[in-house]
Write a protein that binds this ligand. Structure first.
Ligand code: MN
Length: 249
């Protein structure tokens, strides 16, 4: 099983959640929301597990935590994975959008300078500026658009830019989320929980529940669940291949 966007450090009792992920041999991308949380989150997992920790600065926290950008830059060489980063243009965060963009562009530039990373991107209410900024920094790496609720045209634009998508049960619980996922190419999609923020029937989704998207995707894409499971596994392998191999493809 795979969960390509999860906030392991923010669950109540993260140690037990990690233990369960290891027991069930789940591949997890453990994203963080501030650079000062990165090292503690790395320490939650044994180095030989299938869990990878991403360095992040969530757009909703940019205003309060922009001082941590220096720490972000210092920690960046320690990981191939960056997230959660991005832009949030929703009502609660709109006031800081200029600062968010400045920080987002700076981070993309740092990623480009360090040879490119795998990026888990937040785009709520800000899809157009996010894709614009990513277009301006093409060497930043491979973007995985998390919970991307875009129109068919926006999905197509993202695909054209080489973007991937991570899709979770909460996203697929909404009509708009299902409509977006239906237009995504099957070979660019990965599962996510976005737990503990992602909810299913009012309860936080756990990494081992992200795999349930296979059932919803099977309906949307009109394929057997087994086939979808194989697709998502092969997508994951393709995405996480060492970057040297990826360049040779
Ligand atoms: Mn998230």
């Amino acid at each position: 099983m795979i969960d390509f966007h999860c906030h392991l450090d923010l669950y109540p009792g993260p140690v037990a959640v990690v233990a369960q992920c290891i027991k069930q041999q789940i591949y997890v991308l453990s994203v963080t929301t501030v650079p000062s949380a990165f090292e503690g989150t790395v320490k939650l997992v044994p180095p030989d597990s299938r869990i990878r920790t991403a360095l992040g600065l969530h757009p909703a926290l940019v205003e309060k935590r922009s001082r941590e950008l220096a720490l972000f830059e210092k920690l960046l060489p320690q990981t191939r994975y960056v997230g959660e980063i991005g832009l949030d243009g929703s009502r609660e965060c709109r006031a800081t959008i200029d600062m968010q963009r400045e920080v987002f562009r700076h981070i993309l530039h740092l990623c480009a300078r360090s040879g490119g990373k795998v990026l888990s991107l937040h785009s709520r209410g800000a899809i157009v500026p996010l894709l614009d900024d990513f277009t301006s920094e093409p060497e930043a790496g491979t973007a995985v658009l998390h919970w991307f609720v875009g129109s068919a045209r926006q999905v197509a634009r993202a695909v054209e830019l080489g973007c991937w998508f991570s899709v979770g049960p909460s996203m697929l619980a909404s009509e708009r989320g299902r409509a977006a996922a239906a237009t995504m190419p099957m070979d660019r999609v990965l599962p996510e929980s976005d737990g503990p923020f992602g909810l299913m029937e009012g309860k936080p989704i756990y990494p081992w529940e992200a795999w349930k998207v296979c059932v919803s995707l099977a309906q949307l894409w009109d394929e057997p669940v087994k086939q979808i499971e194989r697709r998502l596994q092969s997508n994951f392998r393709k995405l996480v291949l060492p970057s040297t191999q990826k360049r040779l493809e």
